[in-house]
Design a protein around this ligand. Structure first.
Ligand code: 5AD
Ligand code: SF4
Length: 445
């Protein structure tokens, strides 16, 4: 892309990974829009392509490298197109080296801490012409850039960045730095603006929202932040992710129970049911503590929806350890579960731990866990049969027999046949069919 192309320049932002990356992409889109770009959905039609990458597992990295490889075609079609790579992968030194050496058509690479410098990096590329690499800095918070969000009703709002926990398998603390909480007044004012703009289901984001405020000296913790958000007038509900069991307190569950706008839903990753493995993972809680939290939460909120993450095949995890995970899953009976096979991340503590179990054994255990959870999810969803749920309709259904979809307070996916004007509204939906993954129903008065 030259400095003058005589028409509106087009950008395409391709996002991999978690909601935090999605939220970062909304910031990038906002900066691009301010610079005069409009957006296209496909890289091949863009003058500028950004890959916002994820490093959490090897599979995510391979996909990103694959997409970067494909982007050479963008340059063939439009040799002045600019290709950028950012996000968690880009923050790692070995990735920077590989991109420098093997992906010559990548023009700009910037890490998570350099996000706010993107406009000046682009300017440098356009004026100086050389490839630009920026993985410097840490400890920054971007304020003043208003994310370019999707249309209402759903929005993400980052309340903190980074992670201090160093779970031994996890790359996040290395690529996103230490915990930094945003100022509560800034969060509250952004939240109010979202409510005024018609957003009705707002998710507070952070790697470990339960440690929100630990780095601030104003005495506000996550429960207090939730209470203040709950006091904002308006027709909305608020949810949050992710919670760490070592920091999720009874106070948090009391707060959730007492605040009517806080969804009765929690994502509380347990990772494993074996205390021996939890210790090796550096999770700093036991399965008994976890179960105690779940019991307390359910005693306060009988309808609470609980979801979790579990890693199968952590180095040294044996059959007995895995059996403990199955036992825990049977005890908790999650609404749904995100299950992963352990992926070795260079630079983490677990990467150098002996890992004697075979890939086949890990896969077999993974399949067993998935089958158990699918049965539980199916049974839990069956309990919604014939019930009337309050559903926020948020867009088109991907199920061919239904036209629209929405979410319950517990974030259950509900398919309905509806009309365009229902999008963004709450509807009472009578559930008349259920499956492992979703509920189906009809709007009732
Ligand atoms: N391998 C497999 N899964 C991982 N997760 C984080 N790091 C790894 C890894 N190295 C999972 C955890 C976390 C979720 C976001 O991703 O379960 O909660
Ligand atoms: Fe990774 Fe653990 Fe931090 Fe979650 S809490 S981001 S799993 S280090």
């Amino acid at each position: 892309m030259s400095q003058k192309i005589g028409r509106t320049p087009m950008a395409c932002v391709v996002t991999f990974g978690c909601q935090q990356n999605e939220a970062d992409s909304e910031l990038i889109r906002s900066m691009l829009a301010d610079m005069g770009f409009e957006f296209v959905p496909k890289p091949e039609n863009a003058d500028l392509v950004i890959f916002n990458t994820c490093a959490i597992r090897e599979h995510a990295e391979m996909r990103a490298f694959g997409n970067m490889g494909q982007s050479s075609h963008v340059k063939t079609a439009n040799n002045s197109a600019i290709i950028c790579v950012c996000g968690c992968m880009a923050q790692q030194a070995h990735v920077e080296q590989r991109v420098k050496k093997s992906f010559p058509y990548v023009d700009i690479l910037f890490g998570t801490h350099a996000l706010w410098r993107f406009p000046s990096l682009l300017y440098k590329k356009l004026t100086v012409g050389k490839r630009v690499f920026d993985t410097a800095g840490e400890g920054v918070i971007i304020e003043g850039v208003e994310p370019l969000r999707k249309e209402p009703p759903n929005a993400w709002l980052s309340i903190m960045y980074g992670c201090n926990n160093f779970c031994s398998y996890c790359i996040v603390p290395y690529v996103r730095g230490r915990e930094r909480s945003r100022d509560p007044e800034v969060i509250l004012s952004e939240f109010k603006k979202l409510v005024d703009a018609g957003y009705k289901d707002i998710t507070l984001l952070g790697q470990n929202v339960n440690s929100y405020g630990n780095d601030l000296d104003n005495g506000i913790d996550f429960s207090e932040l939730l209470r203040r958000i709950n006091d904002i007038p308006g027709d909305f509900r608020v949810r949050f992710m992710t919670s760490h069991p070592k920091d999720a307190t009874k106070k948090l569950f009391d707060t959730m129970a007492e605040c009517d706008k806080v969804c009765k839903a929690i994502h509380l990753p347990v990772q494993c049911g074996s205390d021996r493995v939890l210790d090796m993972m550096n999770r700093r809680y036991t399965s008994a503590h976890y179960l105690e939290l779940i019991d307390y939460a359910r005693s306060k909120m009988p309808e609470l929806t609980i979801t979790s993450d579990i890693i199968v095949g952590f180095p040294g995890e044996d059959e007995q350890d895995f059996e403990k995970t199955l036992e825990l899953v049977e005890k908790v009976r999650y609404d749904s579960l995100f299950t992963f096979i352990y992926s070795r991340r260079q630079g983490t503590k677990a990467a150098v731990m002996p890992d004697p179990e075979t890939a086949e054994d890990k896969q077999r255990r993974f399949d067993k866990l998935l089958a158990l959870q699918n049965q539980i999810s199916r049974e839990k969803n069956e309990l919604y049969m014939d019930r009337v749920c309050k559903v926020l309709i948020d867009g088109f259904s991907e199920d061919e027999s239904y036209t629209y979809k929405g979410r319950t307070e517990g974030f259950k996916l509900v398919h309905i046949n509806g009309r365009p004007d229902l999008v963004g509204t709450w509807q009472n939906v009578k559930i008349n069919r259920t499956s492992t993954w979703a509920l189906f129903g009809e709007v009732v008065e």
